[in-house]
Design a protein around this ligand. Structure first.
Ligand code: NDP
Length: 287
């Protein structure tokens, strides 16, 4: 076979980008499977997003991820949207198909896969803190997977109401909004509690959710989307009372597995990715 020095390129556009461990996870799995692909983490400001998308296409990138704050604003620069991105209204993964940039959303599906490893959401009552892009993805997939009710708890009423309306209009789940302007007490019947706000995200690792910890029950499964540093106060508090707790790395790994399937067509090994990302955020050395 003649040598080929042209690797296939994917990457990420976000700001800030320096704390995003995705590149370590992607590069390790390319190496593990002998895939001649590269993942490039780029810091891109909102003013430069249009040029970055154009540039990626011009340079033959096979796709890219979007993170804060580009998941919604990128849509106007794309050629089309996949089904879940259309319902969610946000894109975290762009795939080049037939020279068209198509927006997909793998965040919610990645979260769901991680959750389903410990609890089946069918018929469950769920509380979700947050109403941003990630919360939209997580709640739409939970609703489509059969959660019976979702209570959105959010600081800003407008943003929360938009998500509640979306869930009530487009999914069979019953959704309601609670404005988060007080210490929130979890209702007793709740079975799954999820933090998809940026509370606890590096460097604000000491930040805590404003909740009454006495209302957290050991029967509740809790999940936090924070990836850096993933051992948040919420995770530690929940574990200390005996809850099953899922950190944000499960969601990160699984959304990456789905994105890599879109880009490369390969089913990659999630364990290799989990180990790489745990190393990248210093979790394994903490143990
Ligand atoms: P957005 O900026 O779109 O939304 C942020 C949300 O957090 C909003 O609901 C906002 O409320 C809320 N929030 C932020 N700060 C506070 C605060 N101090 N008090 C109360 N609420 C607050 O971000 P995303 O939805 O894209 O991301 C949310 C989190 O999920 C981030 O930490 C991100 O890193 C993580 N994430 C993890 C993934 C993974 O794979 N594990 C994938 C994607 C995201 P308001 O509406 O009032 O502003």
């Amino acid at each position: 076979m003649s040598p080929n020095f042209l690797s296939k390129i994917v990457g990420s556009f976000s700001i800030p980008a320096g704390e995003n461990p995705t590149v370590a996870m992607m590069e390790s799995v390319f190496l593990h499977h002998g895939l001649d692909w590269r993942y490039i983490n780029c810091e891109v400001s909102p003013e430069n997003l249009a040029d970055a998308v154009k540039g990626a296409k011009a340079m033959g990138w096979r796709g890219f991820n979007l993170s804060i704050p580009h998941k919604v604003s990128v849509i106007e620069y794309l050629d089309g949207l996949g089904e879940s991105a259309k319902v969610i209204g946000a894109v975290n993964t762009v795939v080049l198909r037939d020279n068209q940039l198509i927006g997909e959303n793998t965040d919610g599906k990645g979260f769901l896969k991680a959750l389903q490893e410990v609890i089946d959401p069918v018929g469950k009552s769920v509380v979700v803190f947050g109403a941003g892009g990630a919360a939209r993805a997580v709640t739409v997939e939970l609703a489509l997977a059969g959660a019976s009710s979702i209570e959105i708890v959010n600081r800003t009423r407008e943003r929360g109401q938009v998500l509640v309306d979306l869930l009530n209009d487009k999914t069979p789940t019953e959704a309601k909004l609670t404005l988060w302007d007080h210490t929130y007490a979890l209702p007793e019947h709740i079975e799954i509690v999820i933090n998809v706000t940026s509370i606890g995200l590096f460097p604000n690792v000491e930040e805590r959710l404003n909740i009454d910890l006495a209302t957290l029950k050991s029967s509740m499964v809790i999940a936090d989307a924070i990836t850096n540093h993933p051992r948040t106060h919420f995770i530690k508090d929940a574990e200390s009372i005996g809850c099953q707790a899922l950190d944000g790395l499960g969601m990160l790994v699984n959304q990456g597995v789905i994105a890599l399937k879109y880009w490369t067509g390969e089913n990659v090994d999630p364990f290799v990715m989990r180990e790489a990302v745990e190393d990248a955020v210093g979790l394994r050395s903490e143990r």
